[in-house]
Design a binder for this molecule. Structure first.
Ligand SMILES: *Cc1c(COP(=O)(O)O)cnc(C)c1O
Length: 392
């Protein structure tokens, strides 16, 4: 095989980042449960501490298992650098607090993930950071807000839970004209379906808790982008201490071995299920970027290779119908999570936007009668049969 050959995401999911962190011929990355790393002499220790030699000093800063995870995601996102966090929210808050200072302005959209919107509405204003949240699908309004000048443009596409799609290349271009850093939450798409850095975004981040890990048994977050930016975020994180645990890093690494297989199955099932739901008389609306009827299906087709494993839909009977419908599902956990091998369903009031009041959800355009349905890796026909019996 020539050195020029660029491996595909499916191969990188399995192999990337692991080799350097093996031990004594192990074929799996060991879980290094060590707080600190010892040195026989001070000079060698100093070389590592000062960054002259590779190595580890203290696991709040770096750890071999954690580094293997960062390297795998870095390669999948085609980034220069990557750093990881205890959770997705830690990745988001550390990134924003690294980039923003009092007096700065950030432009984003109304229906970012619930925790993210809390940072925008509750925490950043306390530090005299101005936040301008635009209508998510009104690209002209977002461009107008950017043109007034901003330090950060923060995107999420597709959004949680209404699956809105933003044209990242177009918005990144507008942001770069005013010198802003463009950040994108790629949790829903995963690097298998979409690479925001290739669309002009500067920093791509994930809640690794979701699809990357895929097994709903570990929390984690990760940020990828230019080494100079990632270095600044890493420095903020090593001091404030929102570090990924080695055991969680191991579980995420193990989950990622099957990332491309899971995503392939979930893309396929979600599209079939969305098409099924559209035809059901009890369903008033279906949100999925893979449907031709989706408002930005053309943008989604341009920037995504698959449309992802999450869809949402509304029942005609509103929240009462949701309350009756959900417990009838045989193959779905009713839980506040997504991206796992099992199907998971729930309303925004108890999942993505549990932190928000009904009024805040209303203002974000998130209807109370909505059901978010995260498709697992079960057989598609069984999931459709399950939805059919629950609707009846
Ligand atoms: C879950 C989620 C987060 C937050 O991740 P945690 O790991 O729960 O902190 C951020 N963004 C999106 C899109 C999510 O779905």
């Amino acid at each position: 095989m020539s050195n020029q050959h660029q491996a595909h995401p499916g191969t990188l999911s399995v192999w990337a980042g692991e080799e350097k962190n093996m031990w004594q011929g192990s074929t799996q990355v060991p879980v290094v449960h060590s707080v600190a790393f010892g040195y026989p002499d001070v000079d060698g220790w100093l070389d590592v501490a000062l960054g002259r030699e590779p190595g580890h000093i203290y696991s709040r800063n770096t750890n071999p298992t954690v580094q293997a995870f960062e390297e795998k995601v870095r390669q999948l996102e085609g980034a220069e650098g990557a750093t990881s966090f205890a959770t997705g929210m830690a990745a988001i808050s550390n990134t924003l607090f690294t980039l923003l200072s009092p007096g700065d302005r950030v432009v984003s959209v109304k229906d970012t993930y619930g925790g993210t919107s809390k940072i925008f509405l509750e925490f950043l204003p306390r530090f005299q950071i101005k936040v301008d949240l635009c209508d998510t699908t009104d690209h002209a309004a977002i461009e107008a807000a950017i043109a007034q000048g901003c330090r950060v443009l923060y995107l999420e596409s597709p959004t949680n839970p209404t699956l809105k799609v933003m044209d990242m290349a177009r918005l990144a271009q507008a942001a770069h004209q005013v010198g802003a850093v463009v950040v994108a939450d790629n949790t829903f798409a995963t690097p298998i379906n979409q690479n925001p850095l290739a669309l002009g975004v500067d920093l791509v981040l994930h809640s690794a808790t979701k699809f990357l890990g895929g097994h709903a048994d570990a929390l984690g977050g990760v940020v990828c982008g230019a080494a100079s930016l990632v270095e600044r975020i890493y420095h903020f994180r090593e001091i404030n201490g929102a570090t990924l645990e080695p055991m969680a890093a191991y579980l995420l690494l193990r989950g990622m071995k099957t990332l491309h297989l899971r995503i392939r199955q979930q893309n396929e099932s979600a599209l079939q299920i969305a098409r099924f739901l559209v035809q059901q008389p009890q369903v008033s609306q279906v949100f999925y970027p893979g449907l031709e009827s989706h408002e930005h299906h053309d943008v989604a087709r341009r920037q995504m290779r698959g449309f992802g494993g999450v869809l949402s839909f509304m029942l005609k009977g509103g929240f009462d119908a949701v309350r009756a419908f959900l417990p009838r599902l045989r193959y779905a956990h009713l839980a506040a999570n997504l991206g796992a091998v099992e199907t998971i369903a729930g309303p925004p009031a108890t999942t993505s936007h549990v932190e928000c009041t009904p009024e805040e959800r209303e203002a974000m355009g998130i209807p109370e009668g909505l059901i978010r349905y995260s498709v697992g890796i079960e057989e598609t026909a069984d999931l459709i049969a399950d939805l059919r019996q629950a609707l009846e």
